[in-house]
Design a binder for this molecule. Structure first.
Ligand code: NAD
Ligand code: ZN
Length: 357
């Protein structure tokens, strides 16, 4: 048996206002006059947050367009631009939701690794550490702040650069940065965490490491999304730690049916991760009966609309494309359904599930 030797984020700061410590954290990591590059979610363009970024010397802010989830060519173009402009940089600091965090991780890696990021989509293909990288989430739920992957859509697949070089060197978890997230977006991204917990806890890969984080994250999600009429600062604190713990849980287990099916939606239709997971979770009673019932309570109590009928006009070829992407996520299915998952989740069964969405 080969046990996973989990690579963790090296340094973690948590607390309201901890973002103000960024200058001090970056100071010892500066290499001569090579700049720090701040990759900031485009949502913050023209808002207050960029004004509190501690720019020094040639430091630059680049607003990341996350209208669509990150693509390998977007990563390659950003890394190329940085190399052409600065030669090298002292570090890349991602400030935003999961998409921006993933972009920052990937750009950091592509500052040092040759070729295209598409060459590294897979497991342990990255061989050289990237430049120093920092993650500062402004949405909570994906766990991208702790994971060893960066999910990218490439020319032929949607798959992460999974490697020991992928985790951030530093993360700053400041709940004040997530406080203005709109309720819908907060819910969709928060449900990513809830679904991580259900898939991890109900999966066959579960172990005490993953369970201890998963149970805590689940409880925090329940605290904030159930029987909680008013959203308070404490809810942001809890959701931020739920995301962290949920990410730690799946890091040592795996996600399951909702993610495997949602990857197909996002590859074909561009459906975003959080909402895609919710669209699928809504129809997974057969696999996660208690989790789906509770999910539906959360949807109702938070007055959230989950889209329906998104696959109603698709062709056979389109269904086949989604099915191929989804069934390609073998570890997810094995975690969810066990070693003989292929005899349980047939193409026909998966097609019927997609038709319900
Ligand atoms: P996101 O980063 O895609 O952002 C969603 C929207 O919210 C964007 O329009 C963004 O501009 C906006 N936004 C960001 N912060 C905001 C704020 N504070 N207030 C208002 N709007 C804000 O959303 P997400 O759900 O955080 O991340 C999804 C992405 O994360 C996907 O690309 C997915 O593939 C990736 N992901 C990665 C991992 C991993 O381990 N690396 C895990 C799960 C998901
Ligand atoms: Zn997820």
């Amino acid at each position: 048996m080969q046990f996973r030797n989990l690579k963790l984020v090296s340094n973690v700061v948590f607390g309201r206002g901890s973002f103000q410590q960024l200058d001090e954290i970056l100071a010892p990591k500066r290499k001569g006059d090579a700049p720090m590059v701040f990759l900031v979610d485009h949502f913050f363009e023209g808002k207050a947050l960029p004004n509190s970024i501690p720019l020094r010397g040639k430091d630059a802010i680049i607003f990341a367009d996350v209208t669509y989830e990150p693509k390998t060519k977007q990563v390659d173009a950003l890394a190329e631009e940085l190399k052409n402009t600065y030669g090298t940089v002292s570090g890349v600091i991602g400030i935003g939701g999961g998409s921006t965090l993933d972009l920052a991780k990937a750009v950091s890696l592509m500052m040092r690794n040759p070729g295209s990021s598409a060459d590294y989509q897979g497991w342990d293909l990255v061989k050289v550490p990237g430049v120093y990288k920092v993650g500062i989430p402004t949405l909570s739920g994906t766990g991208a702040e702790v994971s060893r992957t960066t999910v990218l859509t490439g020319p032929t697949r949607k798959l992460g650069m999974n490697s020991d070089f992928t985790p951030f060197d530093q993360i700053i978890l400041d709940p004040e940065l997530i406080k203005d997230a709109p309720a819908n977006q907060r819910f969709y991204t928060g449900m990513d965490c809830y679904i991580h917990c259900i898939e991890s806890l109900e999966g066959t890969y579960i172990n005490e490491f993953s369970r201890s984080y998963g149970e805590k994250a689940l409880q925090l999600c329940q605290d904030v999304f159930l029987n909680n009429p008013t959203w308070t600062d404490a809810c942001d604190d809890k959701l931020m730690m739920a995301s962290y713990a949920g990410g730690m849980s799946i890091a040592y287990s795996q996600v399951g049916v909702a993610h495997a099916v949602s990857y197909g939606l996002s590859f074909l239709l561009g459906t975003k991760h959080g909402i895609g997971n919710c669209i699928v979770m809504n129809h997974l009673e057969e696999y996660y009966p208690a989790g789906v019932q509770e999910f539906k309570q959360m949807v109702a109590q938070n007055n959230i609309h989950i889209p329906q009928g998104i696959c109603s006009n698709l062709s056979d070829e389109q269904f086949d494309a989604m099915i191929a992407v989804s069934l390609g996520m073998k570890p997810l299915w094995e975690n969810a359904l066990g070693k003989n998952w292929e005899s349980i989740m047939t193409k026909e069964k998966l097609r019927a599930l997609y038709e319900k969405l």
